[in-house]
Design a protein around this ligand. Structure first.
Ligand code: ADP
Ligand code: MG
Length: 694
C-alpha cells in the first residue's frame, strides 16, 4: 500500500475540526444545558464528536406521504396535510392541557392531539400545509395522531432521521443539535481512510458520509454514506485484531521436529473422522513452524474436538514440551482430564488435574512436579493454571472457551508463556460472522463432520398437557437401564431458581418418579456439591438428573438418552442445541423433548427449526438472525464489540473484505507507522486502546 505524497494528513494539514470536536462538550451547542447533557450522557455521549457518531436508527421518507385513508392504524406514517380547524386549549387537570387540531389532505381527515405543548400547537397555522409523522390511531371514520413529529412541508429535507432517544430527549432536539454540530465540521480535510482505499472500494469521503448519514439528500446518498461508515468501522475493528494476530506471530522456539502421531492413532478405540484428521494436520503444521500457532477449532457438539487436543498434547510431549489445557468449570476440567489421561497414560504421558478442590498441600506438590517437568499435560480451570503455575517447558496452551474472552483477555494469557502455541476450542458452534469478529486474530479450523454411526437425535415439541406422557416415556427408558436429563430454565433471582428446580425435583421424587433415583443440579451449589451430583450421574447411581443450564456445556454421559427441556421458549436456539448435544453420545437411540405452552408464531417456528435441523452451525446462524448479536450469547460476557452502524448479519461481506484488507495493511506496515496510515492508527487507538503497537 503506497502512500501518495499528496495524502491529506488531517493533523498535519491542520484540518482538525473533527478531532477537536471530540474534546468539546455537547454543552457548547445551543439549547444544551446541564439537563440535556445528562440525557445525552445516558446515550453515552459527552462530546460533540460523539454526538456526530450517534447515527439514526432509521429514516422517515417524507417524499412519500401517504393519503390519510391509506395509513395503517397502529403503524407510523408520514402524511402531508392542511390545517382547517383549531380548537381552544382544554385543561384536563392541573398540569395536563390538551390541544386539538384538525387537518386534511383532501382524501381524508386527521384529528391531531397535542399534549402540554402550546409551542407545537401555536406552530400549526390555519390553512398551512405540514408534513406530520407519527403512529396512526383512530378508526376508519377519522384517523388520529397524538403529538406527531411536525415537519415543514416546504423544507429541503426528503428523509428525516430517527435517532435512538431517551426519555426527555425528543427527535427535534437531536436534529437541531446535529445540524449545529455538522456545521462545526469545517473543510474537507478530515479523512482517516487512505486515498487508495477510498478509490479501491469506491467509498465516499468522510464529510459526505457524515452529512448524509444524518440528513440524506436522497436514498442513494444515504446508501453511499452508510457503506463508507460501515466499512470504516469494520476495518478499524479488523485492524485491531490483525495487530493482535501479528504480535502473536513473532517467532517461537517451540517447534515440533517430530510430528508423527501413529502410536496415538493406533491406541484410539476408533478411527478419526477425515475432518478430525484434517484439523489435526493443520494444527501440527502450525506447531512445526517457527510462528506460534493461534488457532480456533470449531465443531458441532459431539464432533470430537477433544481428540484434536489430545493428538496435539501427544505430539508436544513426544518433542519434550508440556501442554496446559484450561476449562471454564471444574466439572469440565475433570472431564477433560479423564478423557486425556485415559487416552494418553497408556502411551506413557503423565497427566494431572489442577482444580480448586485440591488441598493446598496437594496443589503445591502438583505445581512442584509441573516445574520439575514430571508432568506432561496439565488440565485445570483457567484461574489455577493461569495465575501461579510455572512450567518447565510449556509448548501448548489449550483453552476451552464459551465465548468468554475478549481479545485483550486472551492476549494476557498468551503473554504468560514463552510464545507457546495456542489452540482455542469453541464449546459451541458459532456463525462464521461472529467467529470472524470474535476470533479474527486467530486462524480457524472447522470440524464439519460427525463420527460415523452417530444417530440422529429425535426431537419432539409438546405442550405442557402432554407432559405426563413424556414422563412415561422417560420411565420406560430408565427401566431399560438408561438415564435422562430434565432441564429447567435458569432464573435471574438465584433464590427462586433454587426453589424452582428443587421444588420441581421434589414433586417428581414424590410423584411420578417415586422409586427412581434423582439428582438435582443448579448454579447456586458449591463446586464440590455439583461435582458430587455429576459424578453420581456419570456412574449411573442417579437415573434422572434435574438441572438448570449448568449441564449445558461438555458433560459426557453416554448412557443418558433423553433430554427433556421445560419452558423451551425461554432458551435460545443455540442453547437448546447445546443441551440436546448432552444425549446421543453413546450407542443408544436418543431423544430430546421440548416442552412449551407458548403458542406464538415465532416460538412455533423456532421450536420447529429445532425438530427439523440437527446442524449446529445452521441453528446458530438462525439464532443470530432472530435475536441479534447482543442476545445471541445471552447475558454472558462475550467480548463482542458494540458497533455503531455495522450489522453483523447484514454486513457479512464487508466484514470479510475488511479482514483481508486489514491483514494486508498490517503485513506491509506492521506499526501503522506510514504517514498515510495515520488516520487509521487514530481510529484503532480510539476503538482499542490496548491494541499492540498503537
Ligand atoms: P465435542 O466436539 O462435543 O467436544 P468430544 O470430543 O467430547 O466432542 O467427543 C464426543 C464423543 O465422541 C466422545 O465420547 C468421543 O470419545 C467420541 N468420538 C470422538 N471422535 C470420534 C470418532 N472419530 N469416532 C467415534 N467416536 C468419536
Ligand atoms: Mg467437548
Amino acid at each position: 500500500m503506497s502512500t501518495g505524497q499528496d495524502y491529506r494528513d488531517p493533523v498535519l494539514l491542520g484540518g482538525t475540526a473533527m478531532l477537536e470536536l471530540f474534546e468539546r462538550s455537547v454543552q457548547e451547542l445551543h439549547g444544551v444545558g446541564q439537563k440535556r447533557a445528562q440525557l445525552y450522557g445516558k446515550l453515552g455521549i459527552a462530546t460533540i464528536g460523539e454526538l456526530l457518531h450517534l447515527f439514526p436508527r432509521s429514516y422517515i421518507d417524507v417524499t412519500n406521504p401517504i393519503p390519510v385513508p391509506q395509513t395503517v392504524i397502529g403503524e407510523p406514517a408520514a402524511v402531508r396535510v392542511r390545517v382547517y380547524k383549531k380548537l381552544a386549549e382544554q385543561r384536563i387537570r392541573k398540569g395536563l392541557s390538551l390541544f386539538k387540531v384538525y387537518a386534511t389532505d383532501g382524501a381524508g381527515n386527521l384529528a391531531i392531539t397535542i399534549f402540554n405543548n402550546r409551542y407545537a400547537y401555536d406552530g400549526l397555522k390555519l390553512e398551512e400545509e405540514y408534513l406530520l409523522y407519527g403512529k396512526v390511531g383512530g378508526n376508519f371514520v377519522m384517523r388520529e395522531m397524538n403529538s406527531p413529529l411536525i415537519l415543514e412541508a416546504g423544507g429541503d429535507l426528503t428523509m428525516q432521521p430517527v435517532y435512538p432517544l431517551t426519555e426527555g430527549l425528543t427527535s427535534k432536539m437531536v436534529i437541531t443539535n446535529q445540524k449545529e454540530a455538522l456545521s462545526m465540521v469545517t473543510g474537507g480535510a478530515y479523512e482517516p481512510l487512505p486515498k487508495e482505499i477510498l478509490e479501491q472500494y469506491q467509498l465516499c469521503s468522510f464529510n459526505f458520509a457524515l452529512q448524509n448519514i444524518h440528513f440524506p439528500v436522497d436514498p442513494f446518498s444515504l446508501g453511499l454514506a452508510r457503506k463508507r461508515l460501515v466499512f470504516e468501522e469494520l476495518l478499524t475493528w479488523q485492524l485491531g485484531l490483525a495487530l493482535v494476530k501479528q504480535k502473536n506471530s513473532t517467532s517461537t522456539d517451540v517447534t515440533l521436529s517430530d510430528t508423527s502421531i501413529e502410536p496415538f492413532l493406533q491406541a484410539l478405540p476408533f478411527t478419526l473422522t477425515s475432518a478430525q484428521q484434517r484439523v489435526i494436520g493443520e494444527c501440527l503444521a502450525d506447531a512445526s513452524s517457527t510462528v506460534p500457532m493461534n488457532r480456533l477449532v470449531q465443531g458441532d457438539v459431539g464432533s470430537g474436538k477433544t481428540m484434536v487436543a489430545a493428538a496435539l498434547c501427544y505430539a508436544m510431549a513426544k518433542n519434550g514440551y508440556q501442554s496446559a489445557m484450561m476449562a471454564p468449570t471444574e466439572i469440565l476440567a475433570s472431564q477433560h482430564f479423564k478423557t486425556l489421561s485415559q487416552l494418553l497414560s497408556p502411551l506413557g504421558l503423565r497427566t494431572c488435574l489442577l482444580t480448586g478442590s485440591l488441598t493446598k498441600k496437594q496443589k503445591e506438590l502438583l505445581k512442584e512436579q509441573i516445574r520439575a517437568k514430571e508432568v506432561d499435560v496439565v488440565v485445570g480451570t483457567h484461574a489455577l493454571v493461569q495465575d501461579s503455575t510455572e512450567f518447565a517447558s510449556l509448548g501448548l496452551v489449550i483453552t476451552d472457551e464459551q465465548h468468554r474472552f475478549g481479545v485483550n483477555q486472551r492476549q494476557k494469557l498468551v503473554d504468560k508463556g514463552e510464545h507457546p502455541h495456542v489452540l482455542v476450542m469453541s464449546a459451541t458452534p458459532i456463525p462464521r460472522t461472529l467467529a470472524l469478529i470474535l476470533y479474527g486474530d486467530l486462524d480457524i479450523s472447522i470440524i464439519d463432520e460427525l463420527p460415523k454411526g452417530r444417530q440422529k437425535i429425535d426431537t419432539f415439541f409438546i405442550p405442557p398437557s402432554k407432559r405426563e406422557r413424556a414422563f412415561g416415556f422417560i420411565k420406560q427408558h430408565l427401566d431399560e437401564g438408561r438415564q435422562a436429563y430434565i432441564v429447567c430454565p435458569m432464573i435471574e433471582n438465584g433464590e427462586q431458581e433454587v426453589a424452582n428446580v428443587t421444588g420441581y425435583a421434589q414433586r417428581l421424587r414424590e410423584g411420578v418418579f417415586a422409586g427412581y433415583t434423582l439428582g438435582v443440579l443448579h448454579g447456586k451449589m458449591k463446586a464440590e456439591e455439583k461435582e458430587q451430583v455429576m459424578r453420581a450421574f456419570q456412574t449411573g447411581e442417579t437415573q434422572l438428573l434435574v438441572a438448570t443450564t449448568v449441564v449445558e456445556v461438555g458433560v459426557d454421559v453416554p448412557n443418558a438418552v433423553i433430554m427433556m427441556i421445560e419452558n423451551a421458549e425461554m432458551f435460545g436456539l443455540s442453547q437448546l442445541h447445546q443441551l440436546r448435544g448432552r444425549v446421543g453420545r453413546g450407542e443408544h437411540k436418543s431423544s430430546c423433548i421440548l416442552v412449551s405452552g407458548l403458542k406464538t408464531e415465532e416460538n412455533l417456528s423456532r421450536l420447529g427449526t429445532m425438530c427439523s435441523t440437527s446442524d449446529g452451525f445452521a441453528i446458530a446462524e438462525q439464532d443470530l438472525k432472530q435475536r441479534g448479536p447482543g442476545d445471541f450469547f445471552g447475558k454472558r460476557q462475550h467480548g463482542l464489540p458494540a458497533f455503531k452502524i455495522a450489522d453483523m448479519v447484514e454486513d457479512l461481506s464487508v466484514l470479510k473484505e475488511t479482514q483481508r484488507l486489514a491483514r494486508e495493511i498490517v503485513s506491509q506496515d506492521p506499526g501503522l507507522a506510514e504517514l498515510g496510515h495515520k488516520g487509521l492508527r487514530g481510529l484503532v487507538s480510539a476503538l482499542l486502546p490496548d491494541a499492540p503497537t498503537v
